[in-house]
Design a protein. Structure first.
Lengths: 387, 95
């Protein structure tokens, strides 16, 4: 049975402890704020002998993901971590990791993209690799970051998936904030993640050489991309099954979406990450005042649970999507996905951008959003919003 | 033309084991003649063997023994590097 005594851990430390319990064989990694505490904590644990992992100190994030692909396809359980500009530099190879179907896991401490250069949270780094074909899970707090990290190898390594899984947590808000975290025992985690997936054609098996990452001309490229899309679609079902098992093991719920007081809601908010926690408080306050408001928290941004979104909020009078990333000149990424899921449902949809570069989103501002008193960009000076 | 595979028939990630790919006979790519050897002039320096991009120079031990036309693409590099004029390009009809 899992321990009932919580430990005071930051999100970064929680994920590092999860990695230590998973015991990846190889971790190629390059430091970057606010991811650094993850690899710093993990490196200390490895140096202390708590995990037998080969940490490869590479010269960039581009190299980190390149090395991770090689390790994963050679037959080593592999993990890495990054943030912001690191993910941007890595992006080219993230696409290749997905295309080569490398079942690795990566902890992401979400941080704004330059410029102006900034180290604080928003989701624009994750959105940069939105279409790369990787699984992206968003944690609300340190506990979820821990739980999703423990679940991630099972999803990544499922034979129908075989894709990178990114476990995203808000930079500083989660990575650097200490909370009580319930950990499983080392034995429970090891039994839960099991043995590493065996590649069909391991890279280093020189007696049976194989070509990995071949060129594809117009006669086959499209078919390979379609197969990759199918793998991501399969990840939805695998996530559900793994989350079911995790509930049995840990007693904690980590499915693709979390509906919060949505039952009879006229107004449904949709959000990713730590903001969902703030929104829950606002929902409680508004419910106390007699307003029928609820939240749909999205944990699995990719694959996007469109059916669940339509089922859970398609009947609301109004759906309000909070995006912590912008798409200048177009629809913000989460709003675009929700709009596609709700097309034809008759629901009114509103999208707001908030929190870029670590700007706080206060409960009063969320109330204004709910009441239709907030501009599209919430919390920016020069717009008529008090937050 | 062989039937093209559908997306769900492809190997995962396109990984190809050697048994799945035919060894192409690149000799069929020659369009501008073929190199022909005059063994009487050959000084056995093996520069042709060193430079040939298709490993199409056949050796008998360490002795030049001819050209494998199944794989020779007719690039004429061997003719270019031969110091003894022991190789020359000839039309396929004359060969």
């Amino acid at each position: 049975m899992s321990t009932l005594t919580p430990r005071l851990l930051t999100g970064g430390e929680a994920v590092a402890h999860a990695l230590c319990q998973i015991q990846p064989d190889v971790v190629p990694v390059y430091p970057i704020t606010p991811q650094t505490p993850i690899i710093q904590t993990f490196s200390s644990l490895v140096a202390d002998g708590a995990a037998h992992t080969e940490i490869v100190n590479v010269e960039s994030e581009h190299s980190a993901m390149s090395a991770a692909i090689g390790a994963a396809l050679a037959g080593a359980r592999t993990a890495t971590a990054t943030s912001s500009q690191g993910l941007a530099l890595m992006a080219e190879v993230v696409y290749i990791a997905a295309s080569m179907r490398a079942p690795l896991t990566m902890a992401v401490g979400n941080r704004a993209l330059s410029g102006p250069i900034n180290i604080h949270c928003d989701h624009s780094d994750s959105m940069l690799v939105r279409d790369s074909g990787v699984v992206q899970l968003f944690a609300e707090n340190a506990q979820e970051a821990y739980d999703l990290m423990v679940m991630a190898p099972r999803i990544a390594e499922h034979p129908e998936v075989s894709l990178p899984v990114l476990v995203c947590q808000d930079g500083f808000t989660i990575t650097h904030a200490a909370e009580p975290v319930l950990m499983l025992s080392d034995e429970e985690v090891r039994a839960f993640v099991g043995e590493y997936w065996t590649p069909l054609h391991p890279l280093l098996e020189v007696a049976h050489p194989a070509t990995h990452g071949p060129f594809a001309m117009p006669d086959y490229y499209f078919e390979f991309r379609r197969a990759q899309a199918a793998a991501l679609e399969a990840a939805g079902g695998v996530l559900a099954a793994v989350a079911d098992d995790y509930v049995s093991l840990a007693g904690r719920e980590n499915h693709a979406v979390e509906p919060y007081r949505l039952g009879d809601a006229d107004t449904a908010l949709v959000a990713l990450g730590s903001t969902a926690g703030t929104v829950k408080d606002v929902v409680d306050e508004l419910r106390d005042a007699g307003e029928r408001v609820g939240l749909l928290k999205i944990r699995s941004f990719r694959p996007f649970p469109a059916d669940a979104v339509r089922q859970l909020v398609g009947g609301a009078r109004e759906v309000i999507v909070l995006d912590r990333a912008d798409s200048p000149g177009g629809a913000p990424p989460l709003a675009a996905d929700v709009a596609f899921a709700l097309a034809g449902s008759g629901t009114t949809l509103r999208g707001h951008v908030y929190g870029l570069g670590g700007r706080d989103l206060h409960p009063e501002a969320i109330q204004q959003v709910v009441h239709g008193d907030a501009p599209r960009y919430v919390g920016v000076r020069g717009e008529p919003c008090l937050a | 033309m062989p039937r093209l595979k559908e997306w769900n028939e492809l190997p995962v990630a396109g990984v190809l084991a050697p048994t799945q790919a035919d060894q192409p006979l690149t000799g069929g790519w020659r369009t501008a003649g073929r190199p022909v050897a005059r063994l009487s002039s050959c000084v056995n320096c093996l520069l042709c063997w060193l430079y040939c991009p298709d490993s199409a120079i056949v050796l008998d031990g360490t002795t030049f023994a001819g050209i494998d036309y199944d794989f020779c693409k007719g690039c004429a590099l061997c003719v270019e590097v031969c110091p003894a004029d022991a190789l020359a390009m000839e039309s396929e009809e004359d060969a």
